[in-house]
Design a protein around this ligand. Structure first.
Ligand code: TXA
Ligand code: MG
Length: 320
């Protein structure tokens, strides 16, 4: 298993030697390596068992650092960065040649974000290179929001996990592209569509554009637990159950259903708070995956604010 601790100097040394380290962010834990080293980046793909057509996000300490790795930062991008960085927003920008093609899967844009976590920001300020970091889970599985989640799955393959506690946002960053006249949201995430539109005006949301192999966060099946999962209105899901002897668990929004065993149900937020629900989502899915059940029913949450990102993740987790 990996060493879990808060020794930033040790993490810095490991990264400088080309090793990978798990780092905390406000969204989910990342599997980080030197973004300027094709060798370190290759190791990231191998460790996650991630296909090479899935580009990585590059993490920087602040907007000034971002200038080092991209050609230009448009006014709209600056406006977004000044409002939402540090925070859960990834902006697609034209990359400089120094960023290896492997990072971007050959695309000429690179996803850049400044994560909002004191340990990781301090680390990034001390490094002479940015960090490529996908979520620290095997490809296709639920993202990790606690150091133990990372250790359980990747602990044998990496030397160190920087312990920043439980992630406070709990759902991955929103990804936005600014190439076209109307900005495009490629992945719903920790910054809501409403917040973005308040900052820069109308955007288009283009998820799931089906055969698009370059953004697997858009793949229909992703973020999935090992158990079968069904997503929708709880009453409908319960009605659709065919066999009585299936051991069924549920991920519910505010209240447990009397139709199922209470111990097999987890609540996202008793007060109906979508921020709390996002924060709880991935660890609840992991807990349900460990329970003695065959099927997970996941209740749809209100489709506003962070609720859209939560429903998006559950819909993909349900796709098989
Ligand atoms: O919150 C987050 O974004 C977390 C933390 C660790 O920062 N990272 C994360 O990375 O979720 P990952 O690799 O699990 O998801 C990154 C997504 C992928 O779906 C990838 O296809 C998309 O970002 N992406 C990265 N660069 C892109 C680009 N240049 N154009 C389009 N999509 C891109
Ligand atoms: Mg991921």
């Amino acid at each position: 298993m990996a060493e879990i601790g808060t020794d930033i100097q040790k993490v810095k040394r490991l990264l400088e030697q080309g090793e990978l380290v798990a780092i905390p962010t406000e969204t989910v834990y990342g599997l980080a390596g030197n973004a300027l080293s094709a060798e370190a980046v290759l190791k990231i793909f191998q460790t996650k068992n991630r296909p090479h057509f899935d580009p990585l996000i590059v993490h920087v300490a602040n907007l000034e650092h971002a200038h080092l790795w991209v050609e230009t930062i448009s006014e709209k991008a600056k406006k977004l960065a000044s409002q939402f960085w540090p925070g859960p927003l990834t902006i697609l920008l034209k990359k400089k040649a120094i960023i290896p093609d492997l990072v971007t899967s050959g695309l000429n844009t690179v996803g850049i974000r400044c994560p909002d976590h004191p340990l990781t920001r301090s680390l990034l300020e001390q490094l002479s290179f940015p960090l490529a970091a996908p979520s620290a889970n095997p490809f296709g599985y639920v993202s990790p929001t606690q150091p133990e989640h990372v250790d359980n799955q990747l602990g044998k393959q990496i030397p160190y996990i920087l312990d920043g506690g439980a992630c406070i946002v709990g759902i991955e960053s929103t990804i936005i592209g600014l190439d076209s006249e109307i900005p495009v949201i490629h992945r719903l995430g920790g910054v809501s569509v409403e917040e973005i539109e308040e900052c820069i005006g109308s955007v288009r949301v283009e998820l799931n554009s089906s055969s698009d192999p370059i953004t697997p966060g858009k793949l229909k099946s992703h973020y999935a637990p090992k158990k079968q999962l069904k997503f929708g209105e709880l009453a409908e899901l319960l009605k659709s159950l065919k066999t009585d002897n299936l051991r069924v668990g549920a991920l519910v929004f505010r209240t447990k259903s009397s139709a199922l065993s209470a111990e097999h149900q987890l609540i996202l937020s008793t007060t109906g708070n979508l921020e709390e629900a996002a924060r709880t989502l991935f660890s609840a899915l992991r807990q349900l995956d460990e329970k003695d059940i065959d099927l997970i029913l996941a209740e749809e949450v209100p489709d506003i604010g962070l609720g859209r990102a939560i429903n998006d993740r559950l819909r993909r987790a349900a796709f098989d």
